[in-house]
Design a protein around this ligand. Structure first.
Ligand code: ADP
Length: 478
């Protein structure tokens, strides 16, 4: 089961500045402000992460840093400026002992403070003297040198500094906006994907549930079918046996009317028995419980027997059933009972779906078969094997049976459905042909159990031919 968390779209939430902003673009912006106004700029996130820094060490700074006390005082001043967090939306001015100042400008977006910009150091325009705090900083400081160095510091009017800060803030706001937009888009995309994934998970779980239920139902159906069929078969065998005894006159001579009734009881009983056997076979095949016992047999003998079995029905309807083969027919390794079952099924269908006075032809020929080997995909259905795959396989000597009729034929779009269990082309309750739609499905499974192939060619109104190809030898299962 996939846990079904609700989609969490955090698009209202603005996260850290460092996540919203592209650092390269930010550095570019700071660089262009530096080039334009000559002021050092540093940008910090609310958590104090330095995101961009463009600055130049001033002559006075370099000089102060070369003095022991100066160095200490300088780093303290810079550290304090960097740690200063403006509380409101206004700029905070942080003074340096040199008379210069730093402007600490808050970065605000959507009513939240996301960080700060430090501009400076620069000299306010109104500072003209070297302040005492600088002159008394270090005993080794040379006042004249300090004065000259300080003169190189950029001078900016308070107003100008504020304007520069507000421009910079405006540009930053634009970058933040586009970053926020991108974040929103990706958050929404993520949420959609997550929602789709969750839906898919739910559907999958429902599908699995339905599949499990179906499997259970299938198992119950199989058990039910096996029990019912078995329970029906025993009394039915008695019914058939007793009708045969009655027909044989064991219980006394029957009038012709009585004989007719008994004959109906027997033949309907036999039909029912056939149906029950088919159901049992299908059940066994579906559960993989049906095994074949192959032996070397003469295919001609099998086909001749099939003809004999089907002949009475054909003769009733004046349908000719002819046999056709050459002398070169080899023995095949097959289960004689099951092979007879396959061919009887096809032949009785051929007779059933052919008009009176029609023709059925039962033929055999030696051929070759390309069968999937054990290394091939076990899911591959040899009967449906694609031509491309079949060409890759080594050919095997085989025998092909063809059951051909000139009956009603089968429409093209029905050809691959007729092998499904219970499928009949005309499935209506008023259909004129008997049967339960199980014969071909069983025949196909039995052919597959022989590692063979079954296929059909047909034309509506002209007739149908079923081809069954069985390899001469069965692979050694051991
Ligand atoms: P059924 O018991 O109905 O014969 P099958 O599985 O043997 O069941 O056949 C399925 C369906 O395929 C048949 O109902 C029929 O519609 C069609 N069919 C099979 N063989 C032929 C054939 N020789 N000619 C025409 N239709 C056929």
């Amino acid at each position: 089961m996939v846990d079904a968390k609700p989609a969490d779209i955090a698009y209202g939430d603005i996260s850290q500045l460092e996540e919203l902003i592209d650092r390269d673009s930010l550095r570019e912006v700071c660089r262009s402000f530096f080039d334009l106004f000559g002021l050092s700029i540093r940008v910090f996130s609310a958590r104090g992460v330095l995101l961009a820094s463009v600055h130049e060490e001033r002559t006075i700074c370099r000089y102060v840093n070369s003095l022991t006390r100066g160095r200490v005082a300088c780093s303290e001043t810079v550290a304090q400026a960097q740690m200063l967090v403006p509380q409101g939306s206004g700029t905070v001015v942080h003074p340096c002992f040199s008379g210069a100042v730093y402007h600490v400008v808050p970065i605000r977006y959507d009513d939240r403070q996301l960080g700060r910009i430090i501009i400076g150091p620069f000299l306010p325009a109104d500072v003209n003297e070297v302040p005492n705090s600088l002159l008394t900083l270090d005993p080794n400081l040379e006042p004249e040198r300090a004065r000259l160095a300080l003169a190189e510091m950029p001078r900016v009017r308070e107003q100008t500094a504020n304007r520069i800060a507000s421009h910079l803030n405006g540009v930053l706001e634009l970058i933040l906006f586009s970053g926020h937009k991108a974040q929103l888009t990706s958050a929404m995309h993520l949420a959609t994907v997550r929602e789709n994934y969750r839906e898919l998970g739910e559907k999958n779980a429902r599908l699995q549930e339905a599949f499990d239920k179906l499997k259970e139902l299938d198992r119950l159906k199989s058990n039910f079918l096996a029990t019912v069929s078995h329970e029906l078969r025993t009394p039915l065998t008695s019914i058939i046996g007793y009708s045969e005894m009655l027909e044989a006159g064991i219980a006394g001579e029957l009038t012709s009317e009585q004989a007719g009734f008994v004959e109906t009881i027997r033949s309907k009983g036999e039909l029912l028995l056939q149906l029950i056997s088919s159901l049992l076979d299908l059940n066994k095949l579906e559960r993989g419980q049906l095994t074949i016992s192959p032996e070397f047999i003469d295919p001609r003998a099998v086909l001749a027997e099939v003809r004999e079995t089907c002949l009475p029905e054909a003769e009733k309807r004046r349908i000719k059933v002819e046999l056709a083969w050459n002398d070169d027919i080899p023995l095949v390794q097959a289960d004689p009972v099951r092979l007879r079952q396959i061919l009887t099924n096809l032949t009785s269908n051929a007779i059933k779906f052919t008009a009176d006075h029609g023709q059925v032809r039962l033929a055999i020929r030696a051929t070759e078969l390309r069968v999937a080997t054990a290394e091939d995909d076990p899911d591959d259905d040899p009967a449906d094997a694609s031509v491309g795959a079949a060409l890759m396989m080594a050919p095997e000597r085989a025998v092909e049976f063809a059951v051909e009729d000139n009956g009603i034929g089968i429409a093209n779009d029905e050809l691959d459905k007729i092998f499904d269990a219970f499928y009949q082309v005309d499935g209506s309750s008023t259909r004129e042909y008997g049967g339960a739609g199980l014969g071909l499905s069983i025949a196909k499974s039995l052919v597959q159990a022989h590692h063979g192939q079954i296929r059909v060619e047909s034309e509506v109104g002209r007739g149908t031919t079923f081809f069954v190809t069985i390899p001469e030898t069965q692979p050694d299962e051991a």
